[in-house]
Design a protein around this ligand. Sequence first.
Ligand SMILES: *[C@@H]1O[C@H](CO)[C@@H](O)[C@H](O)[C@H]1NC(C)=O
Ligand SMILES: *[C@@H]1O[C@H](CO)[C@@H](O)[C@H](O)[C@H]1NC(C)=O
Ligand SMILES: *[C@@H]1O[C@H](CO)[C@@H](O)[C@H](O)[C@H]1NC(C)=O
Ligand SMILES: *[C@@H]1O[C@H](CO)[C@@H](O)[C@H](O)[C@H]1NC(C)=O
Ligand SMILES: *[C@@H]1O[C@H](CO)[C@@H](O)[C@H](O)[C@H]1NC(C)=O
Ligand SMILES: *[C@@H]1O[C@H](CO)[C@@H](O)[C@H](O)[C@H]1NC(C)=O
Length: 612
Amino acid sequence: MGGISILCLVLVILCLGNAEVIDEDKRALLDFAETLPHFHGLNWNESYSVCGRWIGVACNEDRTRVIGLRLPGVGFSGEMPVNTISRLSALQVLSLRSNEISGSFPSDFTSLKNLSMLFLEFNNFSGPLPTDFSVWEHLTVLNLSHNHFNGSIPRSLSRLTQLESLNLAHNMLSGEIPDLGLPNLEELDLSQNNLTGVVPKSLEKFPDSSFAGNGVRSVDSSLMQSDLSPLPRASSKKERDRWKDTWFLAVVIGCGALGLLAFAFLCCACCCSRRKDDDGFTGKFPKGSMSPEKELSGAQDTKNGLVFFEGCNYAFDLEDLLRASAEVLGKGTFGMSYKAILEDANVVVVKRLKEVSAGKREFEQQMDLIGSIRHENVVALRAYYYSKDEKLMVNDYCSLSASALLHGQKGEDRIPLDWGTRLRIAVGAARGIAHIHSKNGGKFVHGNIRSSNIFLNSCQYGCVSDFGLAAVMSPLAPPISRAAGYRAPEVSDTRKATQASDVYSFGVCLLELLTGKSPVHATGGDELIHLVRWVHSVVREEWTAEVFDLELLRYPHVEEEMVEMLQIALNCVARVPDQRPKMPDLLRMIEDVRHSLAEIQPDIGYTASCVA
Ligand SMILES: *[C@@H]1O[C@H](CO)[C@@H](O)[C@H](O)[C@H]1NC(C)=O
Ligand SMILES: *[C@@H]1O[C@H](CO)[C@@H](O)[C@H](O)[C@H]1NC(C)=O
Ligand SMILES: *[C@@H]1O[C@H](CO)[C@@H](O)[C@H](O)[C@H]1NC(C)=O
Ligand SMILES: *[C@@H]1O[C@H](CO)[C@@H](O)[C@H](O)[C@H]1NC(C)=O
Ligand SMILES: *[C@@H]1O[C@H](CO)[C@@H](O)[C@H](O)[C@H]1NC(C)=O
Ligand SMILES: *[C@@H]1O[C@H](CO)[C@@H](O)[C@H](O)[C@H]1NC(C)=O
């Protein structure tokens, strides 16, 4: 007993200790945000957990320290307040890029000893650079470009042996470039300053463009001038190398994304080793090649390859996705889905699309269309990624699909799915699909309606996902047998989804909700039965009650509603497309099944904001 209570006490003390540290970090962040004016709202509410919900803040695994702060484009203006950010002593990534912060380089940043990436580009900083860079010995990426820094490039930069990327472009730096060494430097940009002299030996491997817009001579160009050689051969080779690097980077990013998402090693072994001979690729992921943040506001941001949509509250990028722990959710019609838990506890679904036949432009246009759809009954697309080797979509995460609720847990542990919930799933999904059909001039098609693509939103109503993808997919891709039960008869021939075929698929989902049976199921023997055919056969013999899920028969007074819904569902699965109802009419019919929707009380998680 005594031992246990001492253990508990120790744990309590440890927890309190940690809470105090994270509270100090929280205070430092609040002090910063309160002192420095900004336009865009930060949701830094003291009653939320810093590590869970604060925009732009990332914590370590035990949520005891803030290790990342990414606040690009928040509209900060004025001088950097002292003794605020500098108190976040565990900080590893700091991005304040694309703001209007002025004054000199914050001298108290010297206390950020664990800083690995610093992004201050596109601000209004001025004055000299810090003289002693050796305090940031872990620095791998330093981007101070597009400011008004003046004076010379400090020699102490050569102490940053881990530095992979250095960008001081578009400042007012003068004097000669010191011979920096920097064995790990992969990217260098000193262009558009007022530097003079000759490119030092250790930096000769970088292309001329790294030094453009200065009074700097490269050895090549001085030779060229004296020889009057017509073709600057040396520099064109450098250009070629650079080209190769960029291309190589794309491959590596592609592979990296792949790797995250499933089989990091397998993939990189198979898809990069082929290029190994060309590039001398060592298998190391070039961290510095992407800036790990994105605008919090404004239009799409295409940095890092991930394209975000407006109104996206997530502050993550490809690199965060790479670091996130991922869990396979399942194989969908168009590829694998993964649940990725980001560093800041946000959860997203990443879909890896297979068999994309659309070109980049066409793909982007379709993604723009999909991403523009925002509705409480439609799962939002937050970002996408397109490269030759990899096409990704990043969606909000919803926990349970209608399919999982209906067919998931069997046996004694099963929680029956009551009629009220089923009705809410139907109403919500119908609202979502009707909204989708109203887009693109009333021509948009969902194309993949099935119970595993209908989820419960926070109000416990149906919410549809995975739409609009058929347009970018190869029509020659082998049909997925599990989708067969949802496919309208005419689509088997034409292979082209329409709004009428969406209505058919939705009708199958309604039948699933009513019968509790999968769209293709076995009966007794080995024979596979299509749900639509089975329902028709039972209803024709006038055993209507036999159709319904046994689970539903325990709820009194709902049979009338169920019969009404069955009529609607059978209308939807009419063989002839023209005989099926249009989505707006269908929605009205479904909403009328229960005359007052307010009666469909959600049984769990009901909140006042969720009025039907
Ligand atoms: C913080 O959140 C609480 C609870 O959600 C809310 O009542 C309060 O108004 C919020 N405060 C600010 C400053 O937004
Ligand atoms: C800095 O990083 C090192 C190694 O990653 C770690 O041991 C140390 O605790 C960190 N310092 C702070 C203040 O978090
Ligand atoms: C940037 O700083 C300069 C002085 O260094 C000042 O004149 C200018 O107004 C500042 N610009 C903004 C947008 O703050
Ligand atoms: C840097 O700019 C400041 C004004 O912003 C000026 O006072 C100072 O002399 C400049 N230093 C150099 C080395 O040009
Ligand atoms: C660049 O430096 C030269 C002298 O080194 C100076 O005369 C000139 O004004 C500087 N230009 C700018 C734009 O700072
Ligand atoms: C540094 O910032 C510039 C300007 O935004 C950008 O072009 C460059 O890619 C950045 N460098 C790194 C390594 O992020």
